[in-house]
Design a protein around this ligand. Structure first.
Ligand code: AMP
Ligand code: MG
Length: 381
């Protein structure tokens, strides 16, 4: 299948620019589009065939439900059995934005869209291209993250092209997703309400509207424990995983960088390709390793001395370091995380080491994704 790539400037576009994409959605075709969280792979949420095509394009297990996207609150009516007051309150506060609500579904939404469940996940994105696309399509758009199942979510059109080109009808390139992590998911069908997936909207923010909201147990687990049953179906699948073996180190920050240096050096000496996911604060502590194991053509974006940007993925025993920002700036870390995991695949890193981040606020979402990417492999030093 030929995939049309359509570039749209977020700062200046018209309805006309989205006409073909909207028509595609109405026709049951698939269109990947930017949102403020990550890119979505969209299809008509009312069309069971379109939903089936989404699962097929991603290689996603069909019991992992899709999030249905709307452009204004009134569009929620046909999707659900009833609209509880708390949904309206959350919408007033956080929509449009990176929050997904789970409600009892109506009969209008086919089970193919909800992975066989009687509930439906709904979100109203704030990204102007996403909003206009939904409005123009005139139907709610079912859209999971636009990545191949199991890979890190996509925050740029180039990532979507990498994973889905030839498998879907159109990719709208609207630049980078600002937030870079998927939406916070809250289940409003249980009491108290539960956070099934942490995101940019934090527990503290949600408690201002729902004082007794809690994390689902599976969100907080730090070890791979299959006895804790995942509430959100998607939580049980392997996620975000880079191809290399990712290990997270936690503890006192200077001991963390020392442990990472030791582990990295051991693998480098043995001729392996190693990646280090670092913050601005720890970058300096790897300078000696860099001077030994990075050559001019590593193209690592933190080698100020090389100027090269093309990684040489076939050379063994190389060190690639990705600095995703300051530990003080959680939004920056969140925005760079998936991009970094994809970068380590590109350079064929066999072993990847990452520091851990604090678990309050958005840090909860960052650590949730990082822990899954590492298969819960975390070492305390
Ligand atoms: P993605 O769009 O790839 O970020 O994944 C969407 C996630 O939303 C799924 O993996 C599910 O965990 C969650 N989800 C969607 N619909 C429901 C639902 N009805 N009940 C519980 N979780 C849901
Ligand atoms: Mg996903």
């Amino acid at each position: 299948m030929e995939t049309i790539i359509k570039k749209i400037n977020i700062d200046g576009f018209s309805r006309e620019d989205l006409k073909e994409a909207a028509l595609f959605i109405r026709e049951g075709k698939l269109v990947a589009f930017p949102t403020e969280t990550v890119y979505g792979l969209g299809g008509n949420a009312y069309d069971s065939t379109a939903s089936a095509r989404i699962y097929a394009a991603k290689g996603r297990p069909s019991d992992n439900p899709l999030i249905v996207h709307i452009s204004e609150f009134s569009e929620i009516g046909p999707l659900v059995k009833n609209v509880p007051d708390v949904a309206r309150a959350l919408s007033d506060r956080f929509w449009p934005g990176p929050l997904t609500m789970i409600l009892e579904k109506s009969d209008r939404i086919p089970k193919e869209t909800t992975g066989g469940l009687d509930t439906v996940a709904i979100r109203m994105p704030s990204h102007p291209i996403a909003n206009m696309l939904i409005r123009e399509a005139g139907v709610p758009i079912a859209a999971p993250s636009a990545n191949a199942s199991g890979r890190p979510s996509t925050t740029k059109a180039e990532h979507v092209i990498e994973d889905l080109s030839g498998r879907i009808d159109m990719i709208i390139d609207g630049g980078s997703s600002d937030i870079g992590l998927e939406s916070t998911i809250v289940d409003l069908t249980v009491s108290p309400a539960l956070i099934l997936r942490p995101g940019y909207i934090t527990l503290e923010m949600l408690r201002e509207v729902i004082p007794d909201i809690e994390y689902d147990k599976a969100v907080l687990k730090r070890i791979k424990d299959d006895t804790i049953v995942a509430k959100a179906p998607g939580m049980k699948y392997r996620h975000y995983a880079p191809k290399g073996e990712l290990t997270i180190y936690e503890g006192d920050i200077s001991r963390v960088s020392e442990a990472i240096r030791t582990s990295a050096e051991e693998k480098l000496r043995a001729g392996h390709t190693v990646g280090i996911l670092t913050s601005d604060e720890l970058l300096g502590s790897y300078s000696e390793l860099r001077s030994i194991y990075q050559e001019e053509h590593t193209g690592c974006d933190v080698c100020p001395d090389t100027g090269s940007t093309e990684p040489d993925a076939d050379k063994k025993g190389m060190l690639y370091i990705k600095d995703i920002g300051s530990r003080e700036n959680e939004s920056e870390i969140a925005a760079g995380l998936f991009d970094a995991l994809r970068y380590f695949d590109e350079v064929k890193a066999e072993y990847i080491y990452a520091e851990s981040f604090t678990e309050g606020g958005i840090g909860q979402a960052i650590m949730n994704r990082l822990m899954k990417a590492a298969g819960y492999h975390i070492i305390t030093v």
